[in-house]
Design a protein around this ligand. Structure first.
Ligand code: 5GP
Ligand code: MN
Length: 332
């Protein structure tokens, strides 16, 4: 992978650009994609941004969210844009399999691929890019990319709002260790573009439905197990649980973090029964590497303190398997 600086000449003249991110996009995925989208459009490029799956409701207020193509509902438009593109940007993932149904079209595309991402262990399938696991978020890296291009002055209120969302959501509202002094300097710069940070926090975090709030109460009482001697906790969500509360796309976002607010709990796992697979999410506090857990046991990966994976076994079998390995892998 060549340094991203080497790709800048490709952006000297108006180009047709395809931007995408990972399946089940989160705040950083959509924020980085839309931030880059507005920036490149402002520079005179022809840009199409494609999400591999539906954008969660809590992000639909974001500037440009309505113009995103959802690959799951409009694959033809997405494929056409990809076929016509001169360049492909891949944001907030580092393995093509994270784009699910888009994996094959992306793998077959012959245009230069540019990576901007902060996950560990990137696959070697990019022409240009930057891969920096120490970065707080892909949004921070899009900000760096805009500055690298000498375009700080082009960051307007829309771009600033999009980038703010990704940094805010990926840092647990500026709490996690990757929230460096330079992240705070960047946030100060974004705030000077006129964003309303209070409104952004409310739009993302305080827009729950009543049933989502009651679902959280139910989950914490009925579906959270605490393993004191392992400094760990596990939440399990079956399809039945989710049907009971009419759980919507995005409603399980953040659930995995709650057990980490219990004193002494350093490792939290969420096991979710999906229609086509069993999904696992891992979070930790301190020196326990959950990306390793995801990689070694659950065909996944991610960051040191936040990772995910999947199992092909049934929901119940996966829970039994997880509890079995927990006795070996738990934080001390
Ligand atoms: P989440 O638990 O929110 O789905 O994911 C947490 C982190 O782990 C995210 O940064 C996400 O990109 C990464 N991650 C989640 N699932 C997978 C997976 O199946 N494979 C890999 N490589 N990373 C994942
Ligand atoms: Mn991210």
């Amino acid at each position: 992978m060549l340094p991203i600086q080497d790709a800048l000449p490709l952006l000297k003249d108006p180009a047709r650009i395809f931007i995408t991110t990972h399946h089940k996009p989160d705040g950083d995925a959509i924020g980085s994609m839309l931030g880059l989208y507005h920036y490149l459009k402002g520079k005179g490029h022809f840009v199409t941004a494609v999400s591999p799956s539906e954008v969660p409701e809590f992000l639909m207020w974001m500037p440009g969210a309505n113009g995103l193509i959802n690959y799951e509902s409009d694959a033809d438009a997405a494929k056409k844009a990809l076929a016509n593109a001169d360049l492909v940007f891949c944001l907030d993932f580092n393995d093509l399999n994270r784009t699910k149904h888009l994996e094959l079209p992306l793998a077959e595309a012959t245009q230069p691929r540019i990576l901007i991402d902060h996950h560990l262990f990137p696959k070697d399938v990019w022409t240009y890019g930057m891969s920096i696991p120490a970065k707080s978020s892909t949004c921070e890296m899009v900000y760096d990319f805009i500055n690298l291009s000498g375009d700080n002055a082009l960051i307007d209120k829309n771009i600033a709002a999009c980038l703010y969302v990704g940094v805010m959501t990926d840092t647990g509202s500026f709490k996690f260790p990757a929230t460096t002094a330079s992240v705070h300097r960047m946030i100060a710069d974004l705030m000077e573009r006129g964003i309303n940070h209070t409104a952004i926090h409310e739009d993302v975090y305080d827009a729950w439905s009543e049933s989502r709030m009651r679902f959280l109460g139910y989950v914490l009482i009925e579906r959270m197990q605490v393993f004191r001697k392992y400094n760990s906790a596990l939440i399990t969500l079956s399809r039945k649980d989710m049907n009971l509360f009419n759980v919507q796309n995005g409603d399980t976002e953040g659930l995995v973090n709650y057990p980490l607010s219990i004193a002494g709990i350093k490792f939290a796992t969420l096991i979710t029964e999906r229609s086509d697979e069993v999904k696992l999410s891992f979070r930790s506090k301190g020196p326990f590497d959950v990306s390793k857990v995801a990689r070694l046991y659950f065909d996944g990966g991610g960051h040191f303190n936040a990772s995910g994976g999947r199992a092909k076994t049934s929901f119940d079998e996966t829970i039994v398997y997880f509890k079995k390995i927990l006795s070996d892998i738990h934080p001390k």
